[in-house]
Design a protein around this ligand. Structure first.
Ligand code: CTP
Length: 396
C-alpha cells in the first residue's frame, strides 16, 4: 500500500504515455497522493484533463502561463519518489546533460527524492551507443532505470524498448518508497576520501582517493532513513548536503573524530583511504631545496578500523580493502585482524574499480564466512548493494 505516499509522475512524448492513465488509477487505488508533470509533447498522446481527473490534482505542463508560475523546486521537494514514464530518448539525453527547457526537466533538476525512469523507445534507438552512454550518465547521478521489455513496438517492429507495464512500475514504486526507511534512525558513521599527512606547511603525503564511494554510501544511508555523519578527508567531490559533515585533513584528526562518535554509532563504515604512515616531525617551515638527497622519516598512523574493531560493543563495523594481488586472502586477513563484521573488497585488477572512477566492482566478505559477489556497477548502485547485505544480516 502507498497510503500517504507522495508520487510525482513525469510524462514525456511517447505513445506509451497513454498507459500512465492506468498507472495513475492504480496509484490512487493504493491511496497514494499523485501529482503529474508533462512535457508539451506528451500532451499530444494523453490529455492533461484525463490525468488531472484521475489524479485529482492539476497537471503541470509549463513553468508559467500568463498569470502564474509553477514552483518546480517545491514540486521536486514534495515527492517521495519521482517516476519519469515513459522516458523518451530526447528527455533522456537532456537529463544526462542538464538541459532545462521545460517544466518536467526543471522539476527533475531540482528533485531531492529518488528518481525512477521507465524508458520507451524503438529497438534501434534503445541499442544506440549514445542512448547507452546517456543511461550510464543518468545512472551515475543515482537515477534508477526500470528496464524496458521485449515485445511489439509502435513502429511495428519487435524488439527491446517497450515501456515496462504499469503493474511493473507500480511494484518498483512500492519497493522504492517502502525501502526508503529501512535504516530509519540508525546512527551511521562513514569515513571517506584520502588523508593528507604534512611534510611541511605546503607539502603533504596523500593518495588519489576521490571519496566517491563513501559519499555514495552516505547518500544511500540518508535516503533510507539513517542519521549520517560523514568524516571526509580532502576531496573535491561535492559532499551530500543532508548529512552531517566533518572535514579533516590528517589520519590523526580522522581518528579523533571517529573515536568521539563511535560510542553513539550503530553502523560504522570505514571507506577512507587513510594514509598508513605520517611524517615524523613535519617541518614548521617550508623545506628548502638542497643538493643532498632528502630522507623523510615516516611513522605508522593509528589504524582507525582496527582500533574501532577492538573497542566495539554492539556496533556493526564495515571496512574496505583495496588490493592488487591475492585479493581474497588479503581481504579475509583484514576482516580478522581488524575485527570487522564485513570487508568490502575491490581489486585494482578489475577494470573500472578503485580510485577516481564512477564505477566499482566489489565482493563483500562477512564475518560468518559468507561471500557476496557483485558485477561492475555505478558507485551509487554499489552503495545500495552494500546496504542490502547489511539489512539482510540485521533482519536475521
Ligand atoms: N584503515 C583505517 N585506518 C588506517 C588504515 C586503514 O581505518 N590507518 C581502514 C580503511 O578505511 C579500510 C581498511 O582499513 O576500511 C583497509 O585499509 P587498507 O589500507 O587497505 O589496509 P591496511 O591495513 O592499511 O593494509 P595495506 O595498506 O597493507 O593493504
Amino acid at each position: 500500500m502507498l497510503e500517504g505516499k507522495k508520487i510525482l509522475l513525469g510524462i514525456t512524448g511517447s505513445i506509451a504515455a497513454y498507459k500512465i492513465a492506468n498507472l495513475t488509477r492504480l496509484l490512487v487505488k493504493q491511496k497514494a497522493e499523485v501529482k503529474i508533470v508533462m512535457t508539451p509533447e506528451a500532451t499530444k498522446f494523453v490529455s492533461p484533463l484525463t490525468l488531472a481527473t484521475l489524479s485529482k490534482n492539476e497537471v503541470v505542463v509549463n513553468i508559467s502561463d500568463n498569470n502564474s508560475w509553477n514552483n518546480h523546486v517545491l514540486l521536486g521537494r514534495w515527492a517521495d519518489v519521482f517516476v519519469i514514464a515513459p522516458l523518451s530518448c530526447n528527455t533522456l539525453s537532456k537529463m544526462a546533460h542538464g538541459i532545462c527547457d521545460n517544466a518536467l526537466l526543471a522539476v527533475y533538476l531540482s528533485a531531492t527524492c529518488k528518481v525512477l525512469v521507465a524508458p520507451a523507445m524503438d529497438d534501434d534507438m534503445f541499442h544506440h551507443s549514445s542512448t547507452k552512454n546517456n543511461f550510464n550518465i543518468i545512472r551515475s547521478y543515482g537515477n534508477e532505470i526500470i528496464e524496458p521489455e521485449y515485445g511489439e513496438l509502435a513502429s511495428g517492429l519487435t524488439g527491446f524498448g517497450r515501456m515496462a507495464e504499469p503493474e511493473t512500475i507500480l511494484q518498483k514504486i512500492n519497493e522504492t518508497v517502502n525501502q526508503k526507511n529501512d535504516f530509519l534512525n540508525k546512527k551511521v558513521l562513514i569515513t571517506a576520501g584520502p588523508t593528507y599527512e604534512p611534510i611541511d606547511p605546503v607539502r603533504f603525503i596523500g593518495n588519489r582517493s576521490s571519496g566517491k564511494m563513501g559519499i555514495a554510501l552516505a547518500k544511500e544511508f540518508y535516503n533510507r532513513g539513517a542519521e549520517v555523519t560523514l568524516i571526509a578527508g580532502p576531496v573535491s567531490t561535492e559532499l551530500p548536503a543532508k548529512c552531517r559533515i566533518i572535514k579533516v585533513e590528517t589520519a590523526d584528526e580522522m581518528f579523533e573524530e571517529c573515536l568521539k562518535l563511535f560510542p553513539d554509532t550503530d553502523i560504522a563504515v570505514m571507506s577512507a583511504a587513510v594514509a598508513d604512515y605520517k611524517v615524523l616531525n613535519p617541518s614548521a617551515q617550508k623545506v628548502k631545496k638542497s643538493n643532498e638527497n632528502l630522507t623523510l622519516k615516516l611513522e605508522e598512523n593509528k589504524d582507525i578500523l582496527k582500533h574501532l574493531g577492538n573497542i566495539k560493543t554492539t556496533q556493526i563495523l564495515v571496512g574496505f580493502a583495496l588490493e592488487t594481488n591475492e585479493e581474497e586472502e588479503n581481504a579475509l586477513k583484514k576482516l580478522r585482524a581488524k575485527n570487522a563484521d564485513f570487508i568490502v573488497l575491490n581489486s585494482l585488477r578489475d577494470k573500472g574499480a578503485g580510485f577516481g572512477t564512477d564505477t566499482n566492482k566489489i565482493t563483500i566478505f562477512a564475518k560468518d564466512g559468507n561471500k557476496f559477489d557483485f558485477s561492475l556497477k555505478s558507485k551509487n548502485e554499489i552503495a545500495a548493494d552494500i546496504l542490502n547485505v547489511l539489512k539482510k544480516y540485521e533482519d536475521n
